[in-house]
Design a binder for this molecule. Sequence first.
Ligand SMILES: [Zn+2]
Length: 251
Amino acid sequence: MYIDIHAHLDFFDEKKIASAVENAKKAGVGLIVNAGISPERTKKTLEIMKKYPNIVKGSFGIYPVEMLDLSPEDVDEQFKLIRKLHAEGKVIAIGEVGMDMKEGRELEKQKRNFERFVALALELDLPIVVHSRKAEAECIEILEKLKAKKVVMHCFSGKSLLIERVSRNKWFFSIPANIKFSEHFQKLVKKVDISQLLCETDTPFLHPDKLKDNEPANVVESYKKIAEIKGISLGECEKMIEENYKRVFEL
Ligand SMILES: [Zn+2]
């Protein structure tokens, strides 16, 4: 089966979620990991999981930029909720969390925030799905310092040396469907062993044809491009990536 390890179905209304899930099933997608990245989006994600228990799983965190604006109480509340959900078996990963320096805001605070989430992932023994826009080296440094092992770099835009560093650490890259036109991701896939790759859509963002709303069915575009670059069949690619998924999310 195809697996979309990173989507935000909660950005859609109910009707659109239903059609996106239907389209995903038709395309052969067997699993969608929805990332609830705020207290509110966590609630929505839980509703979606309840409605589509066979196909949607949950990953939880706080989006780095949003975390700067939340009150300490709200942040603590989200940590508490994630621990509770974990005890109930409803969390398969922490994420997306990380740092975002696109707007260049409050680097030191972002570092401290990210460290808290890495520590939580280690405490709960969960994989961590990392958002590292314009702060790739800083994120890697923190993950290395805290000795994180089950790491997935989501939509990683770092340069060659950083790609090599992530590879050496035996972490994973999650390849978005826009690899269809993105030379950066095509190069990344050429460079990295297939045993370290996963696929995602980041629905509703990063549409493979630059259209408005991306959806999990389009994750197949990531698989197709990886298969083409690695010179293997689509079926082989699907199996290998499913094995990778199991190694990170189910061990
Ligand atoms: Zn995302």
